[in-house]
Design a protein. Structure first.
Ligand SMILES: [Zn+2]
Length: 391
């Protein structure tokens, strides 16, 4: 292989270009200064590279940072991958609804919607609802999915490979695009880590308390799946040895004390008529002492498990999601107090503990983010862009 100075120069240049394109693919529109900071190249080098990429049509000026800019300097142009060069679809099948988001290569959401189904709906019905929604969005927005590069699909539960493969096959056949399928709670965790918009939140533990308790780990800015895909399933860590039977077959899992049905059930056991989250909300609003006690018990169990997980991973943030976190602040407080206690021997090890910030579409957002961030499906994508317009 030739190692002439010219050849070496071209290789270095190519590697710099790839780094700039990767930053734009992963982060969406960025100013030249932001790009320079993220890739660790000088502002001058980045200007040369972006000017070349702009000339070849691989990237575009999408807007300026005038809106968010503080101070009086000239607004800086923001650059992004050519929006028309690709579309990315995120789909999140929940227990009662499917969310769909479609983003262009510049990360702008160009279509989004939700369709509902009964919790008892089987997979064929859920898939039909999702595909009908995708058709409806196309009719409404004029987005025809012609440039669809990849689809990320979140599904509830864990470990059911045959169902995941079935879902992937239906979408791959329909759209002729690469498909990844993963747990939707895990995708929501990735979305929370990226939503922080700060490079300091690279390590995060996400836990969602809902009908079940699911979780996800983001380490070094990437989702962690582990060897068989169970990483972050903290809902099935034992919290109460010999406790209530869990749907996983064990006893006393976190899910048996901190899922929504478990918390409502415990309230009823202690004589508080709480059949729904609305009932619980009403009891919280009058500061019912028994409900407060139940929430503290659940928060302590969750906090002890998260404290152990935090010592294992030393995350920047622990994020709790699920409707019950919004309506019962005592629960999050007790989790935070417990984690802080567990880590009190190293106060600087304590992470930020906060409620989830993203709404119900976090799973679909995270699915798209996973496509942009880590998918080997897009390995050839940068090459496609850089050869556009040839030279
Ligand atoms: Zn369990």
């Amino acid at each position: 292989m030739s190692t002439t100075p010219n050849g070496v120069h071209a290789l270095v240049r190519r590697s710099h270009e790839e780094r700039v394109l990767r930053v734009l693919r992963q982060n969406g529109a960025q100013s030249r200064n932001e790009i320079a900071a993220r890739v660790g190249l000088s502002r001058t080098t980045v200007s040369e590279i972006t000017s070349d990429l702009l000339g070849r049509g691989a990237i575009r000026v999408v807007d300026t940072d005038a809106v968010e800019r503080v101070g009086s300097g000239r607004p800086a142009e923001r650059l992004a991958l050519d929006p028309a060069s690709g579309q990315y679809m995120g789909v999140d099948f929940g227990h009662r609804r499917v969310n769909v988001l479609v983003a262009d290569a510049a990360h702008d959401i160009i279509a989004s919607g939700t369709a509902r189904y009964e919790e008892s709906a089987q997979w064929p019905e859920r898939l039909d609802a999702g595909l009908a929604l995708i058709d409806r969005l196309s009719a409404e927005t004029g987005v025809h999915y012609g440039a669809l590069q990849a689809i990320g699909i979140g599904v509830p539960g864990w470990g059911d490979r045959s169902r995941a493969d079935g879902v992937a096959e239906v979408f791959a056949e329909r759209f002729h695009a690469a498909v990844i399928v993963d747990n939707n709670v895990r995708f929501a965790g990735l979305a929370e880590a990226l939503h922080a918009q700060s490079d300091t939140v690279r390590n995060l533990i996400y836990l969602r308390l809902s009908v079940g308790v699911g979780g996800g780990l983001v380490v070094g800015g990437q989702l962690v799946r582990g060897s068989k895909g169970y990483a972050g399933e903290l809902g099935h860590v034992t919290a109460v040895p010999g406790g209530a039977r869990c749907r996983c077959g064990k006893r006393g899992c976190v899910e048996t004390v901190a899922s929504v049905p478990a918390i409502l059930g415990r309230c009823r056991e202690l004589g508080v008529p709480a059949d729904t989250l609305e009932d619980l909300k009403a009891a919280v609003e009058i500061a019912h002492p028994v409900v407060d006690q139940v929430l503290r018990e659940a928060g302590t169990a969750v906090g002890q498990v998260l404290g152990t997980a935090a010592m294992t991973l030393n995350p920047d943030e622990i994020v709790l999601g699920g409707e019950i976190i919004e309506i019962a602040p005592a629960l999050l407080r007790q989790v935070a107090d417990t984690v802080t206690y567990e880590l009190s021997w190293r106060t600087d090890a304590a992470p930020v503990i906060r409620p989830a910030l993203l709404s119900d579409d976090g799973g679909a957002r995270g699915a798209i983010a996973a496509l942009f961030h880590e998918s080997p499906l897009l390995a050839g994508y940068e090459a496609n862009v850089t050869t556009d317009g040839g030279r």
